[in-house]
Design a binder for this molecule. Structure first.
Ligand code: SAH
Length: 283
């Protein structure tokens, strides 16, 4: 490790000409990149990045061409194919290609489809996982995605399908009844429908819900609400996507674990937001 290169010494993989590395950039905060992502940024000839990737991250690849491949205003499905084929073309030109995607490339990021296309065209690929917003974004809001006293499972769902509708393949009743904690990606547009389905399937109106927008960035906002009031509260707070929505009692832990509010230190306290009637960490 030295000043100009923060990578610890290690046998770092080499990004070869004609290869594509499909890499997660984490949810926003550049510090949440992996060292493999940094290693890739140092070597790339071209970085193709999505809308959710913080541009500051590109400063680690000053030698590379930066291509924005966000889908603002485009038809998502047509555009996706174009992006995949662009990757193929760049690799065939002998470029070292870094495809940088928000969060983890294989979590609701269409990374699987891009990799599939590359393989189909005989382009060698490496996958570099990233911190997904549904885990890391919640952690930045002080919400543990699992907590021993709340959940032994967690369900990640998308609120959109390819057509922009709530996915018809999702059985909301089964999800409501079988999932202790539900983490919803891309849920803002259809939140009224989703909250309604969950309540119809038996989740109480009082069920805690956390909404975290632009998580891990300096613009992060967090709303604590309930299934019954979420629609009005999102409107009142003027929240906009991207947002992660977490449904379940783990949201209550934020009352203790909102670490970002503790910058100036904290008083010791033993709150019991889960109402267990016993202190933290007793057996
Ligand atoms: N591959 C990404 C998810 C891509 S889908 C990942 O693993 O995180 C895009 C959705 O991810 C957004 O609509 C939003 O629901 C969520 N998301 C991504 N980054 C986010 C962020 N910084 N804050 C809140 N939600 C985010």
């Amino acid at each position: 490790m030295n000043d100009s290169d923060p990578r610890p010494s290690f046998d770092w993989p080499v990004l070869k000409p004609g290869w594509v590395w499909l890499c997660g950039a984490g949810p926003g905060d550049p510090g949440l990149l992996t060292l493999h992502a940094l290693n890739a940024l140092k070597q790339a000839d071209v970085v193709i990045y999505d809308a959710l990737v913080q541009e500051a991250i590109l400063e680690w690849a000053p030698q590379a061409e930066h291509i924005y491949a966000g889908k603002r205003g485009g038809k998502p499905s047509a555009k996706q194919r174009d992006i995949s084929l662009r990757l193929v073309d760049l690799a065939r030109e002998g470029k070292r290609v870094l495809r940088l995607k928000g969060g983890d490339p294989f979590v609701f990021g269409r990374g699987g489809e891009e990799a599939q296309t590359l393989v189909q065209y005989g382009i060698p690929v490496r996958i570099i996982p990233g911190i997904s917003a549904g885990i890391g974004g919640l952690a930045y809001a002080g919400i543990p995605v699992t907590h021993r006293d709340v959940n032994q499972s967690v369900t990640f769902v998308t609120g959109h399908d390819q057509s922009g509708q709530t996915p018809s393949s999702l059985d909301w009743k089964a999800i409501a009844q079988g999932s202790q904690v539900i983490v919803i990606y891309m849920g803002m547009k259809h939140i009224a429908r989703i909250a309604g389905e969950l309540m119809r399937a038996g989740r109480p109106e009082s069920e805690p819900v956390g909404v975290v927008t632009t998580a891990t960035t300096s613009e992060q906002q967090v709303l604590e609400t309930t299934l019954g009031t979420i629609v009005d509260d999102i409107a009142a707070a003027g929240l906009e996507p991207p947002a992660i929505i977490c449904v379940g009692r783990s949201v209550l832990m934020r009352q203790v674990l909102d670490w970002q509010s503790q910058a100036d230190g904290i008083e010791p306290r033993n709150l019991d937001p889960l109402g267990r009637g016993r202190p933290a960490e007793s057996a």
